[in-house]
Design a protein around this ligand. Structure first.
Ligand code: SF4
Length: 462
């Protein structure tokens, strides 16, 4: 944030003041912008000609005095106001687990006081519409940046690209590859046909991927001892899990060298998250860990190998119902519930399958908006096909934040028969369309949108 000079208008409604200028003034509503440690209280520069020790001897205010005065000005200003808002930029500057903006110590203190009062950690919520939210709450506000020019060119299918695609399909397609295609076929082209890997120096990607790998490995090792035994997660020791995680965490150089505050908050997050995660009293038996899945899917005249790896398969409850569990360290994505009742959509898919219509980009884009991610349902489908064992549900468990509820694919009220129809009858139609589009469309279209392109690894070359 840049400092600009601003002439206050004393009789106008809005005054923009620095902290020092606000001395002896009182306002009903105060808004702190950029309430980060760098600004509130800010750092006093080191003065080599008049260092702090010398200031003290000369009776001039030293750093400590200036800190005390800044704290006094801050607390006096907020004590006199009816409403106080703090805005700060959250998130990384150079990487998701790298250098971050640090919330002001004053704000931390206010949050801590509020948490003590509520006897709970303050959760962060999305900003409600048309209100300024509740007192003592933290909200996120997003300002997605729209690239000024979102028209990206499609890539025409050439014999060489077709050859590359066949090679790729020959090895087997994973859920990640299919999800990439569904999100943006041009992204799939960059990643899997041209083979351009995301840039290594993008810390945000690399750190997140490493963190995900570490977490998966730790959970696999931890649960190995309980495999094929009847357990309740709540009877397992979350401190043991946390200790094991910490040990592995410090063995990874990239994590051990993270700045202290980031390391500390990550470890604290995991400590709380592990104890929430194991706070589950359902009876279960872990049947598989990191189970590899594979199935040959018929698509027109072709047979396509589909692969996946599910993190955990539980036999839950008295009836030992199979539930597939997938751990997530990134954003959780799931199909919209209403998609399976969308007869118009399934009629359109049928029209393509019967040859009445050609594959087209609009229908793929419609699927993208409604299906969002096929990963979990693909795992349920592959598992059912491979083992002939009925799948009761799939659950995504997030380790990204505190206090996040697990997301089950099916709500409790969904009957077994309906689940079977969705997994074994409706989902294959979606899958077939995605694969047909991949094999037959005349080009790899670019599904440019602010959501898709903002974090895309290929936005600079697209
Ligand atoms: S920048 Fe946008 S259009 Fe281009 S590949 Fe990425 S997601 Fe697709």
């Amino acid at each position: 944030m840049e400092r600009v000079s601003f002439e206050p208008e004393p009789i106008g409604g809005l005054q923009v003041l620095g902290m020092l200028e606000s001395r002896l003034l009182r306002f009903d509503r105060v808004i702190f912008i950029d309430a980060v440690e760098d600004n509130l209280p800010g750092h006093s520069p080191y003065e080599p000609l008049l260092p702090d020790g010398m200031r003290y001897i000369l009776g001039l205010p030293d750093l400590e005095t200036r800190d005390v005065v800044a704290a006094y000005n801050f607390y006096r200003l907020i004590q006199g106001a009816k409403d106080v808002y703090f805005l700060y930029q959250n998130g990384s500057q150079s990487g998701g687990l790298g250098k971050k903006n640090v919330r002001s110590r004053y704000l931390e203190q206010l949050i801590w006081e509020e948490e003590k009062k509520k006897k709970n950690l303050l959760a962060v919520h999305a900003m409600p519409e048309n209100t300024l939210g509740e007192k003592g709450s933290i909200y996120t506000i997003n300002f997605p940046l729209e690239p000024p020019f979102l028209q990206k060119q499609a890539v025409n299918r050439t014999p060489l690209l077709q050859e590359k695609l066949e090679e790729c399909i020959e090895k087997g397609l994973s859920a990640t590859q299919l999800d990439t295609y569904l999100t943006c076929p041009k992204k799939f082209f960059h990643r899997y046909l041209l083979g351009i890997k995301p840039l290594k120096d993008l810390d945000v990607q690399e750190d997140r991927a490493n963190f995900g790998n570490l977490l998966h490995a730790v959970l696999e090792d931890f649960f190995e001892q309980y495999k094929n035994k009847e357990i309740q997660l709540s009877s397992l020791n979350s401190e043991e899990l946390y200790a094991y995680f910490t040990e592995k965490f410090f063995q990874e150089k990239s994590f051990a060298e993270l700045p202290l505050d980031i390391r500390y908050s990550l470890l604290e997050l995991m400590k709380v998250r592990f104890s929430e995660f194991l706070n589950d009293e359902r009876l279960l038996e872990i049947a598989h860990l990191e189970k590899e899945l594979q199935h040959i899917f018929p698509c027109g005249a072709k047979k396509i190998k589909l692969t996946g790896k599910v993190d955990r398969v539980d036999l839950q409850g008295e009836n030992k119902e199979r539930v597939l569990i997938d751990y997530k360290t990134g954003t959780i994505k799931m199909p919209k519930k209403a998609v399976w009742d969308d007869d118009i959509l399934f009629d359109k898919l049928l029209a393509v399958q019967t040859g009445e219509e050609q594959v087209n980009d609009e229908l793929l884009q419609e699927l993208q908006g409604k299906i969002i991610s096929i990963q979990l349902i693909l795992y349920m489908y592959l598992y059912w096909q491979e083992t002939a064992e009925k799948v009761h549900n799939g659950v995504l468990v997030s380790f990204k934040e505190y206090d996040v509820e697990d997301k089950a694919f099916f709500a409790d009220k969904v009957e077994d028969e309906e689940k079977e129809t969705i997994i074994l009858a409706l989902f294959p139609k979606v899958l077939e369309y995605i694969l047909s589009h991949m094999l037959e469309a005349t080009s790899f279209p670019a599904f440019a949108s602010a959501d898709n392109c903002q974090w895309c690894d290929y936005k600079n070359i697209c």
